[in-house]
Design a protein around this ligand. Structure first.
Ligand SMILES: Cc1cc2nc3c(=O)[nH]c(=O)nc-3n(C[C@H](O)[C@H](O)[C@H](O)COP(=O)(O)OP(=O)(O)OC[C@H]3O[C@@H](n4cnc5c(N)ncnc54)[C@H](O)[C@@H]3O)c2cc1C
Length: 289
């Protein structure tokens, strides 16, 4: 199908984009279009006005400053997958970017668009939640930062206020003894994550001091697997300890709280969650060696 008619504006700066959003009722940002256009083509979503930020300078790239890795909102998934900075300092994000979609989607889709879109099947949000960090946003009232723990609110719903745009995302850079990974079960039909798990571990002398574990594809928004995190702290990460912690992944979750569709029931998703948690943990542990 073809999208409904819409007006199109190209913003030359973040400020201009914010002004255009303020002036045109029902206006929506356009970055790579890989989240938006499929919905517009089926007319599930028909914004009257698109404000294209795709050519705004200064919103692209990965940088490391001190103990923080920053990713500009317009950085493509392909750029993230190829980034040495991410591979060295926050590999869960490059894992997620390298796994998602196909070549076209990775070359056109952006990190900022992906997190703002908040599709419950998206990969980067679980990696991001596992790493922790902040989403930098700018809007009519200026700039602010949102903790990633507070950013994803529900299906296609974030803590962004109307008129705000994501400018960058920052995560802590891994130091010695720190590791992360993202592993997913790719839905063979859609290519999205049926279940995906991100893990970050901070260890000292082989023992886990802190752990963040997050899942996507399971509920309406990515979420932390707190029972797994608790089980990991103090563990020496041998194969049995990893397997035991992973078994906690579905703790406290009921199939009725879990996404269920023609591709997989909630019960199935809960059934495979511990397996993908174990795989993500093992991938993170391997990077410590
Ligand atoms: C065939 C296909 C397969 C895919 N497979 C996967 C997959 O396996 N895993 C996965 O995670 N994703 C997948 N995607 C989605 C894709 O990764 C997109 O990159 C992502 O959903 C949106 O990024 P975008 O830059 O294309 O954003 P757009 O489509 O341009 O925008 C998406 C939404 O975010 C808003 N937005 C965009 N940029 C910003 C910003 N900076 N600040 C605030 N709001 C903003 C827009 O207004 C819109 O509402 C797939 C898409 C397609 C078409």
């Amino acid at each position: 199908m073809y999208p409904a008619d819409f007006d199109y504006y190209r913003a030359g700066s973040v400020r201009e984009a914010i002004d255009l959003l303020g002036v045109h009722e029902g206006a929506e940002l356009l970055a790579g279009g890989h989240g938006l256009f499929p919905l517009m083509k089926t007319r599930e979503h028909s914004p009257a006005v698109l404000v294209d930020i795709g050519r705004v300078d200064g919103l692209s790239g990965v940088s490391v400053e001190g103990d923080t890795v920053s990713v500009g909102a317009l950085t493509t998934h392909a750029e993230m997958a190829a980034s040495d900075h991410l591979r060295d300092h926050a590999p869960a994000l490059s894992d997620a970017a390298g796994e998602l979609g196909d070549f076209q989607v990775r070359n056109g889709g952006t990190f900022g668009g992906n997190v703002a879109h908040a599709d419950p099947r998206s990969d980067p949000p679980a990696a991001l939640l596992a790493l922790g960090g902040e989403v930098s946003v700018e809007g009519p009232d200026g700039e602010r930062s949102i903790d990633v723990d507070d950013f994803f609110v529900g299906a296609f719903e974030t803590a962004l206020d109307p008129g705000e745009l994501v400018t960058a995302v920052s995560v802590p850079a891994h130091g010695p003894g720190e590791t992360s990974a993202y592993v997913r079960y790719r839905n063979p039909l859609s290519g999205y994550a049926l279940v995906g798990v991100g893990v970050t571990l901070r260890t000292a002398e082989g023992t886990v001091e802190a752990a963040r574990v997050a899942a996507t594809g399971v509920r309406d928004a990515p979420f932390r697997l707190e029972s797994v995190e608790t089980a990991l702290v103090g563990s020496t990460l041998d194969a049995d300890a990893v397997a035991d912690a992973a078994t906690m992944a579905a703790d406290g979750l009921d199939a009725s709280d879990v996404q269920s569709d023609v591709q997989a029931s909630g019960t199935y998703r809960l059934g495979v969650l511990p397996t993908y948690t174990r795989r993500a943990l093992s991938a993170a542990v391997e990077r410590l060696d």
